[in-house]
Design a protein. Sequence first.
Length: 371
Amino acid sequence: MVDTKLPIRNWAVIAAGVLTVAVFLVDRRKSPGLAVSLFYLAPILLTMWAPRRWHTLFIANAATLLIVLGYRSLPVPEERGFEFGNRMISLVAVWVVATIAMVRRQEEDKFQEMHEKLENQIRDHSNELARANAELKAEITDRENAEAALRQLSTHLLTAQDDERRRIARELHDTTAQSLAAVSMNLSRIETLAPDLAPKAADLLADSVALTSACQQEIRTLSYLLHPPMLEEAGLGPAVQWFANGVQQRANIQVTVDVPEKLDRLPNDIETTLFRIVQESMNNITRHSGSPSARIKLVRNTGEVVLEVKDEGQGIPPEKLERVNGNISGLGVGIAGIWERVRQFGGDLDITSNSRGTTVTVVLPLEGEVK
């Protein structure tokens, strides 16, 4: 570490040297009886700010030599007896002060060494923290990239799933349903052309006609559930009402639909997402809740659309909700699918549940509209 006080300390050494010479010159021209040699303490004190300890030792030795030379240069031998005591006191004082200065300087050097060591440790720790922070940032970036890729993959999978449902529904309607209709017509013609069949054959034919009719109804229902044409033709409100009526018939659950009469059409992907969320929510109600009723509410606000599906069933066990801890996938595949669809549009999903039932609330933003 660079000592910024070094130039000042160098000036202290120069000043101490100049002052030592000045004191010596004054000492040679002093009046008898003046203890000028004590002024050598001044340069010794200046060396306390010198950059090195040997500067103090050097000035102290120089002062000692000059005190002796000053004594030997006295012109009157009779004055040396009194001056000898002054010189001895000066020498003792010089070396006491020099010793104090060197000890102080030694302690200062130790403190400076400890300070530098501490600064090095702090710098090393700072570098380690910087490296750890950089690694953490890189890890966070990698994780964010992985999550973004996963969300993109989930979006593609959901889109592919919807496209495949649409294709299968079209295939069922255009091929399988038409083939069953042809089989039904042929069976009806057989009944017409062969009125005198044996009772057993007539019963088998009647059963075949009934089974064909049931298969047609199931194929039609499955095709509509996979992709209801009403969703594209009439919009989300009528499609939800049609689906709720079908749930009431199939599961014997009273379903109330609260949808504005004049609900404007939403973007196709938003309508498909909300319809799929209604489907999945109602499937969870019929399979798990044991609720005798359900309520579907759809509200369009400025900048957003809000869907609420509520039941009066047994609810989700509290311990299961506690285990979730923000991980919505812990509630099952169906809820995880709902969450993926909601996240695809940057929406919000809220699930509240107790012994009186469960409420699923979905809020999807509408692009181009300001709240």
